[in-house]
Design a protein around this ligand. Structure first.
Ligand code: SPD
Length: 362
């Protein structure tokens, strides 16, 4: 018995020897936004034990960061939110001497990130994508015909189309700073406008389609699209591709498409940053450096279907992902993308008030 026990103890020890360092790291990331083995590989390589939590909204992350004492060591703000949060003093400067894998990053994209974080002092790019339309090809064709405008915001923002899609289910991201500018873009207004009247026009349009929207949520649509429980989502590129992948695997005849509308779409960058009150900054830097390893980033992109900012990873990214115009848009599509606007507090209040009205349908 003793021998059996000691063998069992040995076996247990041998599966966890790397965690003997006693070091820990608390990560707060978007849901469905990492490869299934990334954390395990990091723990095995470093002996650092990771606690991993998820969110699906920049507003939720921002509230936690501004309140302070979140307990997190690595978080993943989108660049426009990052800029405001840097100004509020919530992030620590990165010690670049501990990030040798910075050499792998795409210098053009890091320069673009510099518009939000001058000198790339506080953050590195994790993944990037667009906010477009995910749709169930058959369900949409059945209701709007073979010439359904799947290449246009009209698919969802034209009330006549939305009404016909009501029964199969429309979802919108619960992301006011993305959906309202998309509606402005559809209306022919500048999606980066900060004029109150432009926001109001977009909100009026969204209120018209509100009766046909099943829900506002920023992660549930992945499984619902995949299962055929909804048929159109204003969603994030990689999430829609994950839905497509799940639908393909389920083999139940659900086919999912993703479109970057011809009118244009938001291009955003998510970044890795360290809260200033993190208690495990060295471990956080070790994680960021680990993620910037070319193979690790390639594995993440191959798993979550989002483009990344790591030039060295591209040879390891699967060819069909690199070739997909919805993930790595070609130049002519890129020309129609707009960058996120960093809103001042006053504008933010306008957007929040209108969004509440849209969601409640009042
Ligand atoms: N499921 C992961 C989604 C990540 C989306 N990032 C947010 C982009 C906001 N513009």
């Amino acid at each position: 018995m003793k021998k059996i026990l000691s063998l069992a103890v040995l076996a247990a020890l041998s599966t966890t020897p790397v965690l003997a360092s006693g070091k820990t790291l608390n990560i707060y990331n978007w849901s469905d936004y990492i490869a299934e083995d990334t954390i395990k590989k990091f723990e095995e390589k470093t002996g650092i034990k990771v606690t991993y939590d998820v969110y699906d909204s920049n507003e939720v992350l921002e509230a936690k960061m501004l309140a302070g004492s979140s307990g997190y060591d690595v978080v993943v703000p989108t660049a426009d939110f990052l800029q405001r949060q840097i100004a509020a003093g919530v992030y620590a400067k990165l010690d670049k001497s501990k990030l040798p894998n910075l050499k792998n990053m795409d210098s053009g994209l890091m320069k673009a990130l510099g518009n939000f974080d001058p000198g790339n002092e506080y953050a590195v790019i994790y993944l990037w994508g667009t906010t477009g339309i995910g749709y169930n090809t058959k369900a949409v064709a059945k209701r709007l015909g073979d010439n359904a405008p799947t290449d246009s915001w009209a698919l969802v923002f034209d009330p006549a189309n939305a009404a016909k899609l009501k029964d199969c289910g429309i979802s919108l991201l619960d992301a006011p700073t993305e959906v309202i500018p998309a509606a402005m873009n559809y209306l022919g207004l500048d999606p980066r406008s900060t004029k109150k009247e432009d926001f109001e026009k977009a909100a009026a349009l969204l209120t018209k389609i509100r009766p046909f929207v099943r829900y506002f949520h920023s992660s549930q649509y992945i499984s619902d699209l995949a299962n055929g429980d909804i048929c159109v989502s204003v969603g994030w590129s990689g999430d829609v591709f994950q839905a497509r992948d799940r639908a393909d695997e389920a083999k139940k005849g659900v086919e999912i498409g993703y479109s970057i509308p011809k009118e244009g779409a938001l291009q955003w960058f998510d970044t890795l940053a360290i809260p200033v009150d993190s208690k495990h900054k060295d471990e956080a830097l070790a994680f960021i450096n680990f993620v910037m390893d070319a193979q690790i980033t390639a594995d993440i992109t191959n798993y979550v279907w989002y483009a990344n900012g790591n030039a060295a990873s591209l040879p390891m990214v699967e060819q069909d992902i690199k070739d997909d115009a919805g993930i790595f848009p070609p130049d002519e599509v890129k020309a129609k993308l707009w960058g996120a606007k960093v809103y001042k507090k006053r504008t933010d209040r306008v957007i929040t008030r209108l969004w509440t009205k849209v969601k409640t349908g009042k």
